[in-house]
Design a protein around this ligand. Structure first.
Ligand SMILES: Nc1ncnc2c1ncn2[C@@H]1O[C@H](COP(=O)(O)OP(=O)(O)O)[C@@H](O)[C@H]1O
Ligand SMILES: [Mg+2]
Length: 138
């Protein structure tokens, strides 16, 4: 099964759209709620990062009986130092984004913790691709 969702930079009201749709699909597939939760948390953080840090993006989801693969790709400033960006509490979020309650610097660490495999690649001035893979059976 394949799904795709557009993500609009700056539009916090719509952040989480892909995550809530994927949640419904995985529930229908009777995936363990604990596994669903991990996937949804990671995807939600990925969507928020596109909204907060990039101009626009796409979420491409591929589900097969044994695993889910999620690709979050954006056009944006890119991440100059991925190891630094992965540090708990590191954030370049604007004051405005922080006032809205985002920008705690926990998103990437949460994504890493909640996905079985995370792979990040980025080109400064072009954009970022985050891939999350998680097994659907325990
Ligand atoms: N898609 C992205 N495009 C550009 N920069 C990003 C992206 N995702 C994360 N970053 C960078 O990594 C930092 C840490 O991300 P994260 O842990 O999610 O914290 P937060 O989003 O709260 O700042 C961000 O502040 C930003 O500098
Ligand atoms: Mg974030």
């Amino acid at each position: 099964m394949k799904f795709s969702y557009e993500v609009e930079g700056g539009n916090f009201a719509k952040a989480g759209n892909a995550a809530s749709n994927v949640k419904k699909v995985l529930k229908q597939l009777n995936v363990d709620p604990k596994i669903i939760k991990r996937i949804v948390v990671a995807l939600y953080e990925g969507e928020v990062n596109v909204v907060a840090h990039a101009y626009k993006g796409m979420v491409l989801v591929d589900i097969d009986p044994s695993r889910i693969h999620i690709r979050i790709e954006d056009e944006g400033p890119g991440i100059p130092d991925i190891d630094l960006a992965m540090q708990v509490g590191y954030s370049t979020a604007s004051a405005m984004v922080r006032e809205m309650g985002f920008g705690a610097g926990m998103g990437l660490p949460n994504m890493k913790r909640n996905a079985d495999v995370i792979d990040i690649s980025s080109k400064v001035g072009e954009g970022t691709v985050v891939e999350l893979t998680t097994k659907l059976t325990s």
